[in-house]
Design a protein around this ligand. Structure first.
Ligand code: NCD
Ligand code: ZN
Length: 349
């Protein structure tokens, strides 16, 4: 039986939601990850210091007792974001970073940014103070084909931002194209890569009928892009790091509106590891999962270790969401019903 021991990982892009869903799902992340950057696209988005403090308190109360997990909070940028609020929140360690959603790019982003140039004064301040900018990199222009939206965003919006603010710390989140892979490396920015974009290409959404289980944003692209992402993630290069983009939606909502988002937290580590093994790159897994992210964000790696064992691991079909003892919904995890070859054994010092 093969084993692998790595420094405890962090998740640099995570959706925790609120209420009963948060209470039911948080342990999937907090059990094995040291920290996570928590996305601010709650139903009423996290647009102020007060909201971030309240959300963090809610998260902390939902954590299993004695958990050392650290949620890193973000502010949701809008056209009305107040500069003082943003910088005060960053300087007082309420906000770890700011998240830019172009308006209507994805789930709960209708209050996002309509005109990115309007944020340039804010970017100036962020650059000065070292506050990271996390970007959902897709244009929302209906004339642009959905499969081209990342590339067009890079050319139309990201290039000019980098040109105007060369020292701004930028992460292009959940990249999905070989174009983004190249751009990130050439422009000295960071990028998160999800487990699902390493496993599926766009065919998955259309296999056996229209299948919203594999619908997320940015949508998975053609196979050549998946292969480029696998190469990037497993390369060990410092600019690429783990960000699951785990995004739970109750089954009933997924079935009803086909909302975008894949819930991978219960299997994220094993899912990534499968890819690293297939690419003969197990030696680089610790860099991607536990070292490159802290290096990018100027943080120390976690102290504890995570042990992984290569053994058959059947993924459940559904995860029940319980309120008291009643099932109020179900969420389908990524890899549902599949047998993965790796399993997390546990955390130790
Ligand atoms: C995310 C969600 O559901 O909040 N959905 C997704 O498809 N990734 C939002 C996001 O990161 O785009
Ligand atoms: Zn996300």
């Amino acid at each position: 039986m093969k084993t692998l021991t790595i420094i405890k990982p962090d998740d640099w892009h995570l959706h925790l939601r609120e209420g009963v869903v948060l209470k039911n799902i948080i342990h999937f992340t907090s059990d094995y990850f040291g920290r996570a950057i928590v996305m601010p696209n709650t139903k009423a988005p996290i647009t102020s210091i007060d909201k971030a403090i309240a959300y963090k308190k809610f998260i902390s109360e939902a954590l299993p007792k004695s958990s050392k997990f650290e949620p890193l909070m973000t502010i949701y940028l809008t056209d009305e974001t107040d500069k003082g609020e943003l910088i005060n929140g960053f300087k007082n360690n309420v906000f770890f970073a700011a998240k830019l959603y172009p308006a209507n790019a994805t789930t709960n982003s209708s209050l996002g940014v309509k005109k990115i140039e309007n944020l340039y004064e804010i970017f100036e301040l962020m650059q000065e103070s070292g506050m990271p900018l996390l970007i959902h990199g897709e244009v929302t222009d209906s004339e642009v084909d959905i499969f081209d939206r990342e590339e067009v965003f890079i050319d139309r919006e990201l290039q000019p931002i980098i040109k105007s603010f060369p020292k701004l710390k930028i992460v292009l989140e959940h990249i999905t194209t070989s174009y983004a892979v190249d751009f990130v490396q050439e422009n000295n920015i960071g990028a998160t890569i999800t487990p699902h974009h390493l496993h599926i290409n766009r065919n998955a959404m259309f296999f056996g009928g229209l299948n919203s289980d594999f619908y997320c944003l940015p949508v998975a692209k053609r196979e050549n892009n998946r292969l480029a992402l696998r190469k990037a993630a497993t390369s060990g290069k410092e600019c690429f790091f783990l960000g699951t983009d785990s995004a739970p939606h109750l089954r009933k909502w997924k079935a009803f509106c086909g909302c975008a988002g894949i819930f991978n937290a219960p299997v994220a580590i094993e899912s990534y590891l499968t890819v690293f093994e297939e690419e003969n790159a197990l030696d680089n897994f610790e860099k991607f999962a536990s070292l490159n992210g802290p290096h990018f964000y100027n943080l120390s790696p976690n102290k504890e270790k995570l042990k992984l064992v290569s053994r058959s691991n059947k993924v459940v079909e559904f995860i029940n969401v319980l309120e008291e003892k009643d099932i109020v919904g179900q969420i389908k995890p990524f890899h549902a019903g599949e047998i993965l070859k790796w399993q997390v054994e546990g955390i130790f010092n």
